[in-house]
Design a protein around this ligand. Sequence first.
Ligand code: M6R
Length: 614
Amino acid sequence: MCGIVGAIRSQGPVLRGLVEGLRVLEYRGYDSSGVAVVLPGGIQIAKRQGRLENLEAVLQDGALEAASAGIGHTRWATHGEPSDRNAHPHRGASGKVAIVHNGIIENYLPLKNELLEAGVTFESDTDTEVLAHMVDREFARTGDLSAAVRAALARVQGYYAMVAVAVGDAGSMMVCARQGPPLAVAWSEDGAYLASDVLPLLPYSNQVTFLEDGDMAVMQPGSVTITDFSGNPVTRTSREIEWDPEDAGKGHYPHYMLKEIHEQPGVIARTLEGRLDEKAGDVVFENDQLQDAFLADISRVQVVACGTALHAGYIASYLIEGLARVPVDVEFASEFRYRDPIIVPGTVALAISQSGETADTLAATRLAKAKGARVISICNVPGSSQVRESDQVILTRGGPEIGVASTKAFTAQVVAAVLLAIRIGRAKGTLSADDARGLLVELRMLRNQLEELLSENMRTHIKDLARRHAAAKGFLFIGRGVNYPVALEGALKLKEISYMHAEGYAAGEMKHGPIALIDPGMTVVAVNSIGRVADKVRANIEQVKSRGGETVSVGSDPESHEIAGQSIKVPACSEWLSPILNTVPLQLLSYYIADLRGCDIDKPRNLAKSVTVE
Ligand code: M6R
């Protein structure tokens, strides 16, 4: 989705920082990019369709280098095709105001008609240009950028994160506002910075303030003043972001996805750190989160999430029902938000999201809350909207996840779900201290087991399998019980980065339809670990084999490996934790297949990392 950056400094150039900020946001997906900077002669804009390198080529002449205030944008087309003219920033007729914007101005058509009638000419097909002209006309009248933004936004319907930069008698001015998509600000002694994501802010400060819906911020070198849309001051606390700006790099890996797959042992260890109380046989969350008083009267859990996070949610449902004996429903956030769901007393909405900014998950959470549910979030981004709007939070401590295909966030979400299930089970007395202790001991073993799964031997073996199957006509991933969602996740990973057709299925459902797909061109990956349903999945593998399908078994069940012929052997662990280990080889298999097929692994076609609009 679109990305925004902005910087205003008392002295010193901002252009390089703006471009670097846009580079950090590239992972979110975009089709054009641009910058607007304030120079003594007025506002100058450079923008280009396509990759950021195209914009950099235009900037090479150094003409915009000296500016000490500017804004930048990576666009994901909504109104108007991806093109130079539709790329942001957009300027008003006076040439003194430029705007970037994420989101949608829903009533842009009547507003545009009004401007057309007043003689305004448009240079683009975007809804954003309407906003640019509205702010520009007000600014021309009063010379007050905050008042101009306020007046324009008062007439706008929709959801947006927007930034306006202007040049007036007093020099450069910058104002931003949020009503929906995320926007964060930070400042240093001589500068103030904003971005739609914390990553571009980290080189300037690790103290970041997130704007809330309905907030406006006036950016000045060394300070940021936040008000509501009527201009009344509001207080927003800044948060320390412990991420290292280096974490946003690829290191020595060819792709972010491969780097992030390899980060999993460390991420899991961090997600567990300080949370395992083996003496008490319980889990302890920091900041008094998820205490007995909050958990004891939960009668039902409603998981809402999207994509990979939803798969973690399915696993959470097995864990919470199994360990804490609380009924759990799981639903796509995008479906939940448009139903009229029944929230019985004692319902907790469990929202799972890597980014904490997914529009559907946020909307579903808000609906559950409005109907009386309390909210627990499992989230990777401290200070994100999801975190701020939840009653209780488990942070997954994964560090920035840049690859569009979610990997480390997923396994960390599942670990967080295990911790949550244990905690609810202990609070409700359905899980004994001894049983909990057994799981805590196993959780501690995960780091080494994950390292084993990422060893060179294992990687070579999975690469060989990838070569053998990269030309398959299709893939079926099957699993049962707590490993059924792992099959769903394996299929999603493969399809999103390799563009191969892949389906995840509950193994027991094969005979009700999908088994008709089996022939020698079809690869069936069966996820099966030692546990309650292992013998059932073995029988499903037999059924596929006898119909000529290629079978690969993934998990800790030795008999499945024998039947399948091809296998990825995963260390044995508690059945409850097996999804964490079984997922990692599937991530590698997808990665190597996509690489063999020459796909753009970190930026798969049509996908954005964080889906902040509907
Ligand atoms: O940031 P979120 O976890 O809320 O994102 C949810 C999905 O958009 C995300 O998991 C998506 O499915 C990934 N591309 C999967 O790899």
